[in-house]
Ligand binder design. Structure first.
Ligand SMILES: NC(=O)c1ccc[n+]([C@@H]2O[C@H](COP(=O)([O-])OP(=O)(O)OC[C@H]3O[C@@H](n4cnc5c(N)ncnc54)[C@H](O)[C@@H]3O)[C@@H](O)[C@H]2O)c1
Length: 357
């Protein structure tokens, strides 16, 4: 089968491609990725020589690029997205363009070329925030809080509309917070690992009591493929790790795993609209897809720390350029940090402040 994967140069998409090329020798994979700051060809260096793998640079919002890629495919797994909630504070329009428009452009091409299956990789964040108790099921109402989650929810709704109106075979997965190797270090766990490895302060939002359910990337990858193979058309499947943790406890676990003191944790002003808690009911995926997460949090975390330790060059390249500009803008004095606070990045303090939009 010919599979089109979008956003395959990012964190989860690259794990999926590395895994599927190995697990399914009958598959040919085309990866359509526009290589934003989060897309990294190095993530798929080991696949480049594989004759069953092809990379095409292009945006999912570009109808011509999408048409050319979809015309040759039989199925799609759609990962491509602007994926970082914090960045959606600064550029919501980019999020709408990729996560909504890009998804619709792909759906439209899939309908035109009568693809067999379209899996949309979505997120538990579309459900919004939970109180202390309870879990989200697939029929919980959508109540997204950020421009990221709102645009992902819009993509989900368009996909379901294409199923109902045009009969396109669509399946949606809603994964919980994912961690593992190759994740761009703006996200919580790799941010803490890489800062701690450099003995730098680790910025923790608010009181640190927000709760997330952590899913190891390979477990997420397997769940997405299980949905592609076994999901019922028009259905949504929650993929959660069953590892609910308060952020402050994750922060401490990371510092223990890296071998650094808790004093590196630096509380910073909370993010606006920061959801308090996510937790997923995954009974449907377990019963219908035969999927269950496999990797315990402590093992996944220790493997992840080992990966970042062993890939210092990858980290160095990724944490330069755009990363530094974004970091200073987001965590700098006068934004997350009060005037007079200890800077999180002493060596970039002297750089010219970035313009704000
Ligand atoms: N990371 C998580 O914790 C998590 C959890 C649940 C769901 N998801 C979803 O999984 C998917 C992948 O997330 P990730 O963490 O791997 O993201 P990522 O930011 O690491 O990677 C996104 C990839 O998409 C590409 N991309 C962005 N805009 C594009 C466009 N217009 N056209 C083509 N390619 C484009 C980027 O270049 C990059 O390679 C996203 O849809 C995200 O919403 C992520």
């Amino acid at each position: 089968m010919k599979l089109l994967v979008t956003g395959g140069c990012g964190f989860i998409g690259s794990d999926f491609i590395r895994w599927i090329l190995d697990a399914r020798p009958d598959l040919q994979v085309t990866n359509l990725d526009s290589l934003t700051y989060a897309g990294n060809l190095e993530n798929l260096a080991e696949c480049e020589a594989n004759p069953r793998y092809r990379f095409v640079r292009g945006s999912v919002a570009d109808a011509d690029a999408v048409d050319a890629a979809v015309r040759e495919a039989e199925g799609i797994v759609h990962f491509a997205a602007e994926s970082h909630v914090d960045r959606s504070l600064y550029g919501p329009v980019d999020f709408a363009r990729t996560n909504v428009e890009g998804t619709v452009v792909l759906l439209e091409a899939a309908r035109r070329h009568r693809l067999r299956r379209f899996v949309l990789v979505s997120t538990d964040e579309v459900y919004g925030s939970l109180a202390e108790e309870g879990t989200f099921t697939e029929s919980s109402p959508l109540a997204p809080s950020s421009a990221y989650s709102a645009t992902k929810a819009a993509g989900d709704l368009m996909a379901l509309a294409y199923r109902r109106t045009f009969g396109l075979d669509v399946v949606i997965t809603r994964g919980s917070n994912t961690y593992g190797p190759h994740q761009y270090p703006e996200k919580f766990i790799p941010l803490f690992i890489t800062n701690a490895l450099e003995d730098r302060p680790c910025p923790l939002y608010g009181d640190g009591r927000n709760v997330r359910d952590w899913l190891y990337v390979r477990d997420h990858t397997r769940g997405i493929w299980a949905a592609f193979e076994g999901g019922r058309s028009g259905e949504v499947y929650n993929l959660g790790g069953g590892n609910e943790r308060r952020n402050v406890d994750v922060a401490r676990a990371v510092l223990r795993a890296v071998g650094r003191p808790e004093s590196l944790i630096q509380h910073v002003a909370d993010r606006p609209g920061h959801d308090r808690r996510y937790a997923l009911d995954t009974r449907k995926a377990r019963a219908e897809l035969g999927w269950a997460p496999d990797i315990p949090f402590e093992r996944g975390l220790s493997d992840t720390v080992a990966w970042y330790r062993d890939h210092a060059e990858w980290v160095r390249r990724v944490k330069s350029g755009d990363y530094r500009t974004y970091y200073e803008r987001h965590y700098g004095i006068g934004n997350r940090l009060e005037p007079g606070a200890r800077s999180l990045e002493p060596e970039i303090q002297d750089e010219k402040p970035t313009s704000s939009t």
